[in-house]
Ligand binder design. Structure first.
Ligand SMILES: N[C@@H](CCC(=O)N[C@@H](CS)C(=O)NCC(=O)O)C(=O)O
Length: 321
């Protein structure tokens, strides 16, 4: 991590924990918004006008937080508006790095080696972890946002008058439901699997696993299909999808969330198929990056061996049974 813009060699790839051994995720540091006219968004300062080609998006395909924003970019038809740079899925000795793995890109802006260099270009005194995703403004040379929940929402609205795509991922009439489900799904499931995986006490692990499966059971009961709130796909579906699609291949084994697989839940499995059938969503799922990335976490898998299976994405797509 970075302290006053200096990379710390004693950083720990596992994030902070509380006194009971529970994993604690850092909060994001850059919270500005791209808006149609550059007016400030709900947080941060203004000046970030929705201009085609102005912004670059740094992501890791292993990362569920980055992936939820990549899916929004696809569903909103923003491929030609916002360029993407994919980092190496294996967290290196100085965090995320560029290139050196199939499907990982070089940094086209600075030719940087490490993601933390992008952070110090934005703010030479920056403090905190060099996380992905990062939304970079090529015009002012800074980070607009490194908070995926905000980025998902700004992709929903900022370029709306410039693209033909009409899908609304945060529609007015569903906001109450979306705002009620999002934090619970986040706490028990999206971040819940990490709390199980990085627990350093039995108590913290037991608590987290109970939360994960309580939420999966609840979702299995609530999903009438095709999506959580009916016929329309919303940001809650995207937030749910990114964890479910990683579950059987990574969390079930590495994070020990192994009471059941998603494949054991018929409705959650049908939901995954629906999501994968949406335009562009399949392209955001890279099982090789997901497995290589998670199984390279030395604290959890010292040998670094990546398991052979399962190829559940192919199974979901019907390539194989
Ligand atoms: N609040 C952030 C969290 C992002 C996050 O934790 N990203 C992880 C990868 S999935 C990361 O970059 N970790 C590197 C580190 O913590 O050093 C968001 O949702 O955008």
């Amino acid at each position: 991590m970075l302290v006053n813009g200096i990379w710390q060699n004693n950083w720990h790839p596992v994030q902070a924990k509380d006194e009971q051994g529970r994993f604690v995720r850092q909060t994001s540091t850059f919270r500005n918004w791209i808006t149609p006219d550059g007016a400030p968004g709900p947080t941060g300062t203004g000046g970030y006008v929705a201009e085609k080609g102005r912004y670059r998006f740094y992501v890791a395909l292993i990362c569920p937080w980055a992936s939820r924003t990549l899916i929004a970019r696809k569903l909103k038809g923003l491929d030609d508006f916002i360029a993407v740079t994919v980092v190496n899925p294996v967290l290196g000795e100085e965090g995320w790095r560029f290139g050196g793995y199939p499907g990982a890109d070089a940094d086209p802006v600075f030719g940087a080696t490490w993601m933390h260099e992008i952070y110090t270009h934005a703010d030479p005194q920056v403090n905190g972890r060099a996380t992905v995703p990062v939304l970079w403004d090529e015009k002012t040379g800074t980070i607009v946002s490194n908070e995926s929940a905000d980025i998902l929402r700004m992709f929903n609205t900022a370029f709306a008058d410039q693209v033909p795509e009409t899908v609304d991922l945060y529609p007015e009439d569903l906001r109450l439901q979306i705002d009620a489900w999002n934090p619970e799904i986040y706490d028990q499931l999206n971040n819940g699997v990490y709390k199980a995986g990085f627990a350093s006490t039995q108590l913290a692990y037991d608590e987290a696993v109970a939360g994960v499966f309580a939420m999966l059971d609840r979702l299995e009961g609530a999903l009438q299909g095709p999506f959580l709130f009916g016929d329309r796909v919303t940001e809650t579906d995207i937030r749910l999808f990114v964890t479910l699609i990683r579950f059987d291949a990574a969390y079930h084994g590495l994070f020990k969330t192994n009471l059941r697989r998603i494949a054991d839940y018929p409705r959650l499995t049908a939901f995954l198929r629906q999501m994968l059938a949406l335009p562009g969503v399949r392209e955001t799922v890279n099982l090789d990056h997901i497995k290589a990335g998670y199984y390279s976490i030395k604290a959890l898998n010292p040998s670094g061996i990546v398991p052979a299976g399962p190829d559940h994405v192919a199974a979901l797509l019907g390539d194989r049974t």
